[in-house]
Design a protein around this ligand. Structure first.
Ligand code: SAM
Length: 189
């Protein structure tokens, strides 16, 4: 079984958007306890590479070969470690399910969530190979559209999805961006 029910959200997103293929290199931000890591490891198989980061310790996996790191994605040294782990070839996918500690104050939780999502976008920008994919969780709120536009600038397309497995909870959505490109994508492409 999976370590977290959130695993089903990634399964639904990956299936719908056709993400994660055998042999891929995948980086998962905010990965504890490891449900998404299990799904990613299943999809990429033995020839793939999966690296997970979280503020919390992630228990080792018996069944999968996954590299884990305890670190803060707002710190440069964590990003440095990831660049080393991924290497020259770059990543095929950067995933982020990072979430702030909830205060219950809608605007504050939204602002913190967007801040983490921007860290994830910057990290994707550092790690993704051309054509790579990006999935990021964001809580809905006033800055979502601007953030989505910024994601769209670096990818062929971006879609906002609300996987059935997450619909009964909260205001979270996932932005699914495909086709990383280092130069801005022209309008209408
Ligand atoms: N996708 C995970 C799974 O399937 O097991 C669940 C992730 S949980 C919803 C969100 C995680 O984001 C928490 O474990 C939290 O510690 C992590 N997180 C929040 N801020 C972070 C940061 N600045 N750096 C790294 N991880 C962070």
């Amino acid at each position: 079984g999976y370590r977290a029910r959130s695993a089903y959200k990634l399964k639904q997103i990956a299936e719908e958007a056709d993400l994660l293929a055998p042999g891929d290199t995948v980086v998962d931000l905010g990965a504890a306890p490891g449900g998404w890591l299990q799904v990613a490891a299943e999809e990429v198989g033995d020839g793939g590479t999966v690296v997970g980061v979280d503020l919390q310790r992630i228990d080792e996996f018996d069944e999968h070969d996954v590299e884990t790191l305890r670190g803060d994605m707002t710190e440069e040294r964590t990003r440095h470690y990831l660049r080393e782990a991924v290497g020259e070839g770059g990543a095929d996918a950067v995933l982020s399910d990072m979430a702030p500690n909830m205060t219950g104050e809608y605007n504050l939780d939204h602002a913190r969530s967007v801040h983490l999502a921007r860290q994830a976008l910057d990290t994707a920008d550092e790690l993704l190979a051309p054509g790579g994919d990006f999935v990021v969780k964001v809580f809905q709120g006033e800055d979502l559209d601007t953030f989505r536009d910024d994601v769209a600038d670096s990818f062929q397309y971006v879609r906002t999805v609300s996987p059935p497995a997450s619909r009964d909870s909260s205001s979270e959505v996932y932005l699914v961006a495909k086709g990383y490109t280092t130069s801005p994508v022209a309008e209408g492409d």
